[in-house]
Design a protein around this ligand. Structure first.
Ligand SMILES: [Zn+2]
Length: 274
């Protein structure tokens, strides 16, 4: 993918630009198509419903934008508004994460209309992706909230837990938001201790994945058990335990970094990923 930084794309923008369209938190989808041209917007009679929009990026010479449609918008024939989260693993990854970026920027735009310092109406800054308060000069950048996610192993076992916020009864690796003043490694140690009462060692970076609902960046690690007995924080965790690769409980679907961490463990144990 050819990507140009900046806040505009050179060339014939309007004719070739792609638009991601949201109504509140849902994306407009036509089968597996989630980006539309301006002429399609016109032909579906959606242009008049655009509440706000933001430039996203320039990919292969095409500008991409995100727009929010007003809440009265009815999906045109054959199309529907859909919770983007449920399209993970359904859309090609690059399209899913592009749509996720669109959602994250739209959410930021919607929630930063006013200055958080003085309450005046913000303006889009012209030279970078930011909101500038014309009254007091305060600048707001799109927020990214880092969170660690960690696969803890003990010999031939992996620690998996069922979170109280999970939408389904699956077990996954532990995760939690980074606090101010904390390194990723400190966050891994604190979260593991808080959630399951264990100590870990040999914390190693694995991979990262944006999770734009609305603005997380999941930073994945592996770690080894170093001591303690499982003692769960029952506000956040319903159950936690050690599992071998042969006896895994229900785990998250493919596409998430949580699943990649579990697949890493399964492969390390000499099983093919599934
Ligand atoms: Zn202000």
């Amino acid at each position: 993918m050819f990507f140009e930084p900046g806040l505009s794309c050179k060339g014939d923008e309007d004719a070739t630009a792609y638009w991601f369209l949201f109504k509140e938190d849902k994306i407009l989808i036509l089968k597996d198509k989630v980006q539309f041209t301006l002429s399609e917007l016109d032909s579906y009679k959606l242009s008049k419903n655009v509440l706000r929009s933001q430039y996203l990026d320039c990919v292969e010479g095409r500008s991409r934008y995100v727009a929010e449609l007003n809440s009265d918008t009815v999906a045109p024939e054959g199309m529907s508004f859909y919770d983007l989260r449920h399209l993970l693993g359904q859309l090609p990854d690059n399209l899913f994460f592009s749509a996720g970026k669109a959602y994250q920027i739209l959410h930021w735009d919607r929630t930063h209309q006013y200055c958080s310092q003085c309450g005046a109406q913000n303006e889009n800054k012209i030279d970078e992706r930011a909101k500038l308060c014309p009254s007091c000069g305060f600048i707001n950048y799109p927020r990214v909230s880092p969170a660690i996610i960690v696969a803890i192993t003990r010999g031939h076992e992996i620690l998996l837990a069922q979170g109280s916020s999970f939408q389904a009864a699956f077990y996954s690796v532990l995760a939690g938001f980074v606090e101010p003043g904390e390194t990723f490694e400190e966050c891994v140690q604190r979260e593991v201790e808080e959630e399951v009462g264990l100590k870990v060692k040999n914390i190693k970076y694995f991979a990262s994945q944006p999770w734009p609902f609305p603005d997380s960046l999941m930073v994945g690690f592996t770690a080894e058990y170093a001591g303690g007995d499982i003692s769960i924080d029952d506000m956040e965790i319903l159950d936690a335990g050690w599992f071998t690769a042969e006896q895994l409980p229900l785990i998250p679907g493919s596409g998430s970094i949580a699943r990649r961490l579990i697949d890493w463990f399964v492969q390390m144990e000499g099983f093919p990923s599934f």
